[in-house]
Design a protein around this ligand. Structure first.
Ligand code: ZN
Ligand code: ZN
Length: 103
């Protein structure tokens, strides 16, 4: 994933599982929490998830949803509760019913 240093706004490529952990910025050495960056809808610049204004154009980046690659957006539909059908024990085969014709 691409993250953005919260100190110098340098784009940093990080493994996806680094999200939420503290990493050191290769550019300025500052420690910041790795989180997927969100692109500015105005100029396309990547911003830290916690940013409220674009680091480039200064416009608000609040409300931009981050879609992680490879993860489909979770459907908001409520989970339907389907009662599990009463599991009946399999009926024993009738002893008189032949399985196959053995003529
Ligand atoms: Zn930095
Ligand atoms: Zn921008």
């Amino acid at each position: 994933m691409k993250s953005v240093c919260s100190n110098c706004f340098q784009e940093v490529e990080l493994p996806d599982d680094a999200a939420g952990s503290a990493v050191s910025c290769p550019a300025c050495g500052a420690q910041f929490t790795a989180e997927p960056s969100k692109p500015c809808r105005h100029c396309g610049a990547l911003n830290p998830k916690s940013a409220t204004r674009c680091v480039k154009c200064g416009k608000s980046v609040i409300g931009i949803s981050i879609r992680k690659p490879g993860t489909a957006p979770a459907p908001a539909a409520p989970v339907q509760e389907t009662p599990a059908p009463a599991e009946e024990a399999p009926k024993p085969v009738h002893p008189l019913a032949p399985f196959a014709n053995t003529e």
